[in-house]
Write a protein that binds this ligand. Structure first.
Ligand code: GLC
Length: 534
């Protein structure tokens, strides 16, 4: 890690997302747990990872697989104990790995004592922890806001006659961030985990916390039609009043002030499509340090779209993006890029390119093996996005959440009992950690080589980057001592080299090379090359 560059400890770092439920099950109940993570830390250390992000492991009824938290300061028995968490953190720190945990402040579980109290005591102090409104004059929901998971973002409480807001499931009521008591509760939660030794937070739905106080209707971008699935309906609105309110940024400034003495990193999930609006969350360095900008987890292999995503966002937030190709919410990059060996090469070419950017690239578990999505067995669909929308074409997010393949055999070594909460086809042995580990040509060893290259080449993230003119499907990023070339075209391209002599330092198809580069460079199709100079 680049702490010796004088910057923040996360400068130049490489992150890794652990979807805890599906990473490794030590107890045999078929659900991934914290001990399972501890048992596999050497895999991450060998890969060269600097920072882990653990998805929620808190007590939960599990309607959204842990993103519905009923106690923010404890561990769900399915995932272990607080002592397991302490052991994990200690073992991670011994290996030089930092631990970032997922904080879910937009909503609680409907089982959280705050919400139970809010329902039971409409005049009590917890009522205003949530977003309540009277019905519209026709008795329906107060406005046109919709849930990400289908249907209105409002559910009627027959006892009080009011509606409460939920941008996700009705079992995930949204907190009222206009209430200073909610702000104070989360300050306490943040300090609880800071005292447990965490190194930072990944903030779920960071763009959603504050709602328009006037609860105005969102504008429609395109007409709604009855055949639209929940995601299409959600994306048909401009979300000018339920998401991305300026006051969100003030909340993160408060958290930054609170945590600054502890040197913790704050990384927000920013589901805002406008790049300039997204960049303001990290613009001044006094709020969020980095953001996950989700567009890159949606894109197929589409050169103009990638050009826009990378060259548009990078100058707006040169060190403020946690670059990702895959995560637990979207089809894996290999699948989006066409699957098979070609999909894996394309994903590795883009991974090579983002390892040459400032900010912190995050690998999603299994990405280092070149994994496509898994196949969930028929009848075992589990994601509420699919389960709650029967009849729509929404397939949900299970495919990217199947167990991490460690070895051959049942559940690929995920669970000693061969059980999995998400029954799915076992992966072929060549896609397992065990098979790839000793094979120098495997995707796993190519990722190890790539991450080691990033670590030994601080110019990749320290020097200012400018984008050179090029054809649409070729990206040319230039730093004083680095030239990055990404050829997304299906054919070879020739690049004139100026300002050399350059040496070929890393290629997505050839690894670390360190050979002198000629005057003009021929770049193979769908390949990334990184050149360096003295
Ligand atoms: C985020 C999480 C996703 C979850 C949602 C609601 O987008 O990444 O998995 O369903 O928030 O908490």
């Amino acid at each position: 890690m680049a702490s010796d560059t004088g910057g923040a400890w996360w400068s130049g770092a490489v992150g890794y997302e652990i979807y805890v439920r599906s990473f490794a099950d030590s107890s045999g109940d078929g659900i991934g747990d914290l001990r399972g993570v501890t048992d596999h830390l050497d895999h991450l250390a060998d890969l060269g990872i600097d920072v882990l992000w653990l998805t929620p492991f808190y007590p939960t009824p599990g309607f959204d697989h842990g993103y519905d938290v009923s106690d923010y300061c404890a561990v769900d028995p399915a995932h272990g104990t607080l002592e397991d968490f302490e052991n994990l953190t200690t073992a991670a720190h011994e290996r030089g790995l930092k631990v970032v945990i997922d904080l879910v402040p937009n909503h609680t579980s409907a089982d959280h004592p705050w919400f139970r109290d809010a329902l039971a005591n409409p005049d009590g102090p917890r009522r205003d922890y949530y977003v309540w409104e009277d019905p519209a004059p026709d008795g329906g929901p107060p406005n046109n806001w919709v849930s990400h998971f289908g249907g209105p973002a409002w559910t009627h409480d027959p006892v009080s006659g009011q509606y409460y807001c939920h941008l996700f499931l009705p079992e995930q009521p949204d907190l009222n961030w206009a209430n200073p008591a909610v702000v104070a509760e989360f300050d306490r939660i943040l300090m609880f985990w800071a005292d447990q030794g965490v190194d930072g937070f990944r903030i779920d739905v960071a763009h959603g916390l504050v709602k328009d106080p006037l609860r105005r209707d969102n504008s429609l971008i395109r007409p709604l039609t009855p055949d639209m699935g929940p995601v299409e309906v959600f994306e048909s609105f401009a979300h000018d009043h339920d998401l991305d309110q300026n006051a969100n940024i003030e909340i993160f400034r408060g958290w930054n002030r609170l945590l600054e003495p502890r040197n913790l990193v704050l990384i927000g999930e920013i589901g805002v499509t406008d790049q300039e609006r997204a960049a303001r969350y990290v613009a001044d360095g006094d709020g969020l340090h980095e953001m996950f900008f989700l567009e890159s987890t949606y894109l197929p292999w589409d050169p103009p779209a990638w050009r826009n995503a990378l060259t548009g966002l990078q100058p707006l937030a040169p060190t403020g993006v946690s670059w990702v190709l895959s995560c637990h919410d979207r089809p894996r990059a290999v699948t989006r890029f066409g699957g098979g060996a070609r999909g894996a090469e394309r994903a590795f070419a883009l991974a090579t390119f983002i390892m040459g950017l400032g900010g912190t690239p995050f690998i999603y578990q299994g990405e280092e093996l070149g994994l496509p999505d898994g196949r969930v067995r028929p009848g075992h669909v589990s994601d509420p996005l699919a389960v709650r929308n029967p009849g729509s074409d929404e397939v949900g997010r299970d495919g990217c959440r199947t167990p991490m393949p460690w070895t051959g055999g049942p559940t690929n070594g995920f669970s000693p009992s061969g059980r999995s909460w998400l029954p799915s086809d076992d992966r072929p042995v060549e896609l397992t950690v065990a098979a790839q580990s000793g094979d120098p040509a495997s995707m796993l060893n190519r990722y190890r080589d790539l991450i080691a290259f990033r670590h030994r080449t601080p110019a990749l993230w320290e020097e200012p980057l400018r984008w050179l003119d090029s054809e649409t499907d070729v990206l040319l990023g230039r730093r004083p001592r680095v030239l990055m070339v990404l050829n997304m075209a299906p054919d070879r391209r020739e690049i004139p080299l100026v300002g050399g002599p350059w040496a070929l330092a890393f290629g997505s198809r050839c690894g670390s090379c360190c050979s002198p580069a000629p005057q003009s460079l021929v770049v193979e199709p769908e390949t990334c090359l990184i050149l360096t100079r003295e």
